[in-house]
Write a protein that binds this ligand. Structure first.
Ligand SMILES: Nc1nc2c(ncn2[C@@H]2O[C@H](COP(=O)(O)OP(=O)(O)OP(=O)(O)O)[C@@H](O)[C@H]2O)c(=O)[nH]1
Ligand SMILES: [Zn+2]
Length: 188
């Protein structure tokens, strides 16, 4: 499925196209390194991240669960350079359907490790939790710096993009949404 040889070939062509010598000592192993790196940073393409949520515990906690500051490294699909930031994932379990905390970070990473858009990443995380855990509500906030905006193009380093996806009770109930957002934004 993942064609390492083809990536190697393509990287070699890019090196030639920028006027480099792919056979010089420092570059000779670069195509194979890049191929392995892509396999790692695009590993999310080979998984269904929702499946991480199948690990549930029957715990009657029908209150907010928030995992903050989940570091994420994704790849902007427009320029194939990274966007880097944090996800905050909040949900209110229903019927004792509580998942493992680490699984929320695995979910984030599963969707981040692909060619992505920040909006889609945010939505996919929220929709996976809604469909797999059927909670009362989900609120996901992603904040990230896009290197395509920092090191090239408009060159606006430090600009941060914040996206949110709000589902269920957080959409309907302003007080719940405000409580979740205040916990997310606290100490920042
Ligand atoms: N909405 C959205 N836009 C993104 C994301 N990542 C990168 N972009 C934007 O995608 C756009 C692509 O615009 P184009 O005009 O096709 O490409 P470009 O000429 O390289 O654009 P500049 O970045 O403005 O130089 C840019 O405005 C990027 O900032 C993302 O996750 N979400
Ligand atoms: Zn980009």
């Amino acid at each position: 499925m993942f064609d390492l040889a083809k990536i190697e070939q393509a990287v070699k062509m890019i090196l030639q196209a920028i006027g480099e010598d792919p056979d010089r000592e420092g570059l000779v192993e670069t195509p194979s390194r890049v191929a392995k790196m892509y396999q790692e940073i695009f590993a999310g393409l080979d998984e269904d991240p929702e499946e991480h949520l199948d690990k549930t515990f029957s715990e009657e906690h029908e209150e907010m669960v928030l995992v903050k500051d989940i570091r994420l490294f994704s790849m902007c699909e427009h320029h194939l350079i990274p966007f880097i930031g944090k996800a905050h994932v909040c949900y209110i379990p229903r019927n004792g359907n509580v998942t493992g905390l680490s699984k929320l970070a695995r979910l984030v990473n599963g969707y981040a490790r692909r060619p992505q858009l920040q909006e889609r990443l945010t939505k996919q995380i929220a929709d996976a939790i809604m469909s797999r855990l059927n909670p009362y509500g989900v609120l996901v906030v992603v904040e990230a710096e896009h290197l395509c905006m920092s090191m090239r193009g408009v060159r606006a380093p430090g600009a941060k993009t914040v996206t949110s996806a709000v589902r269920g009770i957080f959409k309907k109930n302003e007080a719940s949404r405000a409580e979740a957002l205040s916990l997310i934004l606290k100490n920042e």
